[in-house]
Ligand binder design. Sequence first.
Ligand SMILES: NC(=O)c1ccc[n+]([C@@H]2O[C@H](COP(=O)([O-])OP(=O)(O)OC[C@H]3O[C@@H](n4cnc5c(N)ncnc54)[C@H](O)[C@@H]3O)[C@@H](O)[C@H]2O)c1
Length: 247
Amino acid sequence: MQLKGKVAIVTGGGSGIGRAIGVGLAGEGASVVVADIDSNSADAVAAELEELGSYALAATVDVSKSDQVDALVEAAVERFGRLDILINNAGRAARGFVSEMPDEAWDSVISVNLRGTFLCSRAALQHMIPQRSGRIINTASGLGIRGSPGGAVYGASKAAIINFTKSLAQEVARYGITVNAIAPGVTDTPLWRGFRSDADIVEALESGRVGAPEDFVPLVIFLCSEAGGIHCGIMVDRDIYVSRGER
Ligand SMILES: NC(=O)c1ccc[n+]([C@@H]2O[C@H](COP(=O)([O-])OP(=O)(O)OC[C@H]3O[C@@H](n4cnc5c(N)ncnc54)[C@H](O)[C@@H]3O)[C@@H](O)[C@H]2O)c1
């Protein structure tokens, strides 16, 4: 129970990697706000956490909207009295060549992945800075380091998150707040499946190169713990451990 008494917000907590992180944090004793644009999935995961014996709150939020994000953080503090951990995990993807990409596809990915990370961090810091403690973990991607044809907007959003992480870490270290990023590789979630045919999914799973949503949970728990507090601004990249595979 390394996180007993801590309060966490997990954006995109209703599915995939966010759900797994929420379960992991709750398992260590944290109270968890499951924040998602999809209210049904937020409700379902919050109910799952409560069934496991944790305190949980479901919140419907679009992380790209500052008024909704501010309301999310206020709701978390009102319900649990403080805010210790922010997991910026909500994300979306679009694939397409730059020469053919509509404005809307570009804007929608940047606004959720990058603007959402900024807005949630800014709102959380209003409580973490006076409290003189906090943990922010941002979700980048291997594609934010390497790039890929058709992956310019997603990769650019994740590359920006990596630099945002390192800059913000330096801004807030003096307040006892750490900011780190994880870079999952290919992970079996609805987001990943949504861009593939059934045959592609079977082939990728058989290759053994596809990760599980739970893969990063131990690391996230560590970075949120007291012991993990010496790490600030690092970026942990899963893809250095696996071959390039289908990328
Ligand atoms: N699955 C992978 O292969 C992979 C690899 C690297 C990084 N990631 C990143 O991991 C994170 C989680 O992705 P996942 O694979 O678990 O996907 P997922 O689709 O299972 O979960 C994403 C969640 O984010 C929510 N969401 C989307 N837009 C939102 C918004 N505007 N406001 C609030 N919530 C919103 C969705 O409703 C969903 O519940 C994302 O940032 C993604 O880019 C995923």
